[in-house]
Design a binder for this molecule. Sequence first.
Ligand code: MN
Length: 242
Amino acid sequence: MNTLFISDLHLSAERPEITRLFLEFLRNEAVQADALYILGDLFEVWIGDDASVPEHRAVIEGLRHLVDSGTPVYVMHGNRDFLMAKGFEEASGCRIIADPTIIDLHGESTLLMHGDTLCTDDIEYQHFRTQVRDSARQQQFLSLPPQQRTAIAMDYRTQSREKSSQKAQEIMDVNLQTVENTLREHGVTRLIHGHTHRPATHEITVDGKTAQRVVLGDWYHQGSALTCDAAGCRLAPYTVEP
Ligand code: MN
């Protein structure tokens, strides 16, 4: 039996083929797994559990079906869908987990994160993150009519794209010192995260011990999944032959 990890699907009406690929993944790969972990940015935008978004409906039904058929699904907030809450859990059957979370993965303590908090060189983003994660500010946002919330979310997205295009690539990657400190602080030698869209398995040394940092891939032109079992973890693209 195996455990699956995915992240950064950024599901939206703009890329219906990726939504279809994900639904396919749920029906075929995930149904055979012990558990599915989605480590952030499942959705491109989530403006609140109360806003009914037609393109999200099939995704929520697909998740519900998977959970009902016996595969638990754990979802972590990303920087785009951090307003998912109880209503999402009830509709989908998924459980929201904290960032970070430590799990026992086939006998090895493993730290799970979305990854944005590791990008400490991007001071402007970290400042923005602190602002939008403020609970009073979130309540205020959630009290606005859905149309207004969508407009604000779209505006944030445009700004974020403009800022990202002006920043050096290294600034938007994880800070290696932050990674080391995080592994040390949690006493683990394995970290799985997403966010940077740079799928890879990195071997690093922390206090003389070998540690592993697995970066999940995004779902833009194809899918990507990490499969872990007693023998280890394998990161591979996910596609469906036409
Ligand atoms: Mn992200």
